[in-house]
Design a binder for this molecule. Structure first.
Ligand code: ZN
Length: 138
């Protein structure tokens, strides 16, 4: 069995952002040489997510509005977590959007649904944040 590990680093210009990382994951898969197996992609930070959904900008604005209704960034003092930090909303948004995705690998390709793309969801950006890609198979 082959095993391959790669870290991706993102530094978004805005506090919140949605980045289509499917091409990066496909690069990692090509580097791994795995033809049949599984690919795990997870955020390595507790204020960011990795999720699969549609690559459609309107939907991403909908996510932004929906998450801001669920866990508004401000006022900061509404959250117990915000003592020396201001990112309680980011922790909550990450919990809703999830930590990781697992995609099947078939014939050396990500075996995704027609409209499925892999996204990095940033909720407390403007600094270097890491995503882990772990690929196992043969
Ligand atoms: Zn925090």
């Amino acid at each position: 069995m082959k095993s391959y590990r790669k870290e991706l680093t993102f530094n978004t210009k805005t506090r919140r952002a949605y980045v289509n990382i499917t091409p990066h994951v496909e690069d990692a898969l090509a580097e791994s040489g795995v033809r049949e197996g599984l690919c795990l992609v997870n955020a390595m930070h507790i204020t960011a997510s990795v999720f699969i959904n549609d690559n459609e900008s309107g939907l991403h604005r909908d996510f932004e509005r929906w998450l801001e209704k669920l866990a508004p960034e401000k006022p900061y003092e509404q959250y117990d977590h915000n003592g020396c930090e201001d990112n309680a909303d980011a922790h909550l948004k990450r919990s809703v959007m999830g930590r990781e995705v697992v995609a099947a690998i078939t014939n050396g390709k990500l075996d995704l649904g027609t409209w499925e793309q892999i996204f990095y969801g940033e909720f407390d950006g403007k600094r270097n944040k890491r995503v882990l890609v772990k690929i196992i198979g043969e």
